[in-house]
Ligand binder design. Sequence first.
Ligand code: NAD
Length: 481
Amino acid sequence: MNANTTEFYINGQWVAPLNGHTRPLINPATEQQYATVAMGDTGDVDAAVDAAKGAFSSWSKTPVAERMALFERIIGGYKKRFAEIAQAITQEMGAPASLSQSAQAAMGLGHFAATLNVLKNFAFSQRQGTTEIRKEPIGVVGLITPWNWPMNQVICKVAPALAAGCTIVLKPSQDASLSAALLAEILHEAGVPAGVFNVIQGAGAKIGDYMSRHADIDMISFTGSTQAGTQVAKAAADTVKRVALELGGKSANIILDDADITRSVTNGIKAVFANSGQTCTAPTRMLVPNSLLPQALAVAKAVGEASIKAVGDPTSDKTGIGPVAHQRQFEKIQEMIAKGIDEGATLLCGGLGKPAGLETGYYVKPTIFSDVTNDMTIAREEIFGPVLVIIGYEDDADAVRIANDSPYGLSGYVSGTDVDRVRLVASQMRTGMVHLNDAKPDLQAPFGGYKQSGNGREWGEYGLEDFLEVKSVLGWHNDAE
Ligand code: NAD
């Protein structure tokens, strides 16, 4: 896979980093180095910010029709390179080829299309009496993203920021630099004007932190861990920039007593194990009525044991679950599994170590714990691996109480037959999203969390609003008009 990860895309050109620091990029399936990434310095950030600042005046004034035409060209270019993008994602973070194609790469395309659709009808100004209320691009935006859904996370920021008329400095994860470099090539070929979109690569604690403090960056849109998001918010405080945070989760999946238990348990497990559990919205706490626990655990054990056979080489079409993205992640997941065992939870399937025959690569055994209480570490902390905990509950009120007893509030899941009851339970969940009866993602609906899962809203119209300032122009209209 060829993409320029050793230079930065600044002011419409690929430029050499100011210092020669690099880091190896490791394929998580083979543990072999496939490329190196340049690790940027503060001077590289300054150059990218200068370029974005210089381009803002003209880009912010482009007619919407011009931005829409650009989006059409970007979508065309993305489609042409779709296969390469999917391969890059599999190589850099280990998603199985089928998932990289059907979801990982497809979501990026979906966000460009959804944002284009929003642009068609979006009201950038509206009248209120004699006042005109205008929505204007916030300015230079710094985008900081993680590695787990790399194209999705980058594009659900880049697309609305571009559509709003902002100029961009993107710092993707140092573990997902390949797909971001490919995106820079696509935007360049589509004719994004010089300086409007810039990419620098490197360490979050260094250049991400510097971006958060930068006086010429008007907004940081951050997706990543709650720990790093908190640091970003603190670093950004002195410059009073807007900070939109999309952070971690520990989402509850409430299976009501009138649900189809086999279906709900099976789908719940699959939703956790997909992408090797590295999805912020994964339903990692399954809540089952105590009366139905024996049945649910029998289904979970069968599905969990079958899942171990689906783990393998992510480039194979037969693989359902790839490795986790890197060694750090593998070690963290092992520590959390050990913690679950130590704290007295019962291993229903999976456990410590790698699946048989997969000693090379960061492969984890898909793991399910039962006899879990909501105060255990494995029920409270985000594990970000293929690890599910099953917790029993007494009645609907108890289920809602357990679901909401979490520092996180990203997503919730409810399944059951009585639609009114399902909706009532959903309405009591303190989360930014709730999926009823296996509802699919909706790219036009707002995406984001309550509590320590963040404060921003991405996707669709709400995603565009995040990148806009609101200006009241009083006296714009005459009373007589
Ligand atoms: P991470 O927080 O380690 O890194 C995310 C990004 O932040 C990277 O680009 C990193 O370089 C940068 N970063 C790290 N420390 C920083 C600092 N002090 N200042 C500025 N930038 C910094 O997260 P990760 O391991 O890459 O991703 C996994 C996390 O992302 C999980 O917690 C997951 O739940 C979360 N996530 C949230 C959403 C969402 O929309 N809510 C979506 C995907 C992932």
